[in-house]
Design a protein around this ligand. Sequence first.
Ligand code: ADP
Ligand code: MG
Length: 294
Amino acid sequence: STPVTIFCALSKAAATGLLIKGGDYLELLAKIKTVAFDKTGTLTRGEFMVIDFQSVSDEISLNTLLCWVSSIESKSSHPMAAALVGYGSLHSIESKPENVEDFQTFPGEGVFGKIDGKDIYIGNWRIGLRAGCQRRSLDAVQQTSGKTNGYIFCGATLVGRFGLSDTCRSGAAEAIEGLKELGIRSAMLTGDSNAAAMLAWDQLDRSLEIIHAELLPEEKAKFIEEFKKDGPTAMVGDGINDALALAKADIGISMGISGSTLAMETGDIILMSNDIRKIPNAIYLAKRTFKKLV
Ligand code: ADP
Ligand code: MG
C-alpha cells in the first residue's frame, strides 16, 4: 500500500470516530488473530443499577453505611462508583458527605478511605482479604445471583453488602459476530466475578470463545501474552485496571468517551464513539488497505 492509501484509510477510520495513532497500527490491525475485551465499561455499558444494599452488622446502621459508601465512592472514577453515590444520596436520611482521608484505589479490588479514624474498604472479596477478613465470612452472606456483588468492611469486619447490575452495550454481540466472520477469535478478560461474566456471556449470545474472570490487572496482561503465542492480539479496555494489558497487547484499543485517562494514554487506537462494532469495521478496512482479505 502507498502512503496515500494508508492516509486515506486512517482518515476514513477517524471520520467514523476511531483514532488510530499511526499507519503501523493499521498494518498490524490487518493481521490480528485475537481480540480480548474487558467486560465492565467495554462489553457492558458500565451504567450500574443498585439492586440491593444491606447492613450485615448489628452496630452499623444502613444509613451510616450509605453515607460512608457515597462519601468514599464519590472519589472513585470506576463505573460502579456513580451508581453507589447516586443510591446513597437518594436513600440516606441526611446526605451530608463525610470527610474521607487517605483515599486509595486498588484496581480489580475496590477502594479504601478513612472516615472518623475508621478504615473502610469497599469492593469484592479481594479487598476483603486486604482488609484482613476471612473468605469464609464472605461466603456466608447472601449473594445476588448473576450480579456483581460488593462488600463493605470496617477494619477487618464485614459490615455491609450490595448487588449491582449492568447491561451489555447494544452492538456488542454484533461486534463479536463481525470478528468471527473475519476469522478472529474474541475473549473476555474481567476483574468481575464468574457469575457476572457468565451473565454477560449469555447476553452476548454466548458468542465469546474465551472467558476469564476475577482477574487482577497483571493477570489480564498475562493472558494477553498467552494469546500472543497464537498471533497478533488486540486488547480493548476502559479502566486503569486495563492499562497493563493494553500496553502488553500488539494493539491497545481504549474506550474514548467513558474511558479513564490512563487507558486513553496507553491505547494505540481510541474508540471515540464507544461503539465496539467499529473494531471489526476497522479490521476490515485495514485488511482491504493491506490487501489481506481472504
Ligand atoms: P472489569 O475488569 O470487568 O472492568 P474491574 O477490574 O474494573 O472490572 O473491577 C473488578 C471488581 O473490582 C469489580 O467487579 C468490583 O467488585 C471491584 N471494584 C473496582 N472498583 C471498585 C469501586 N470503586 N467500588 C467498589 N468495587 C470496586
Ligand atoms: Mg472496565
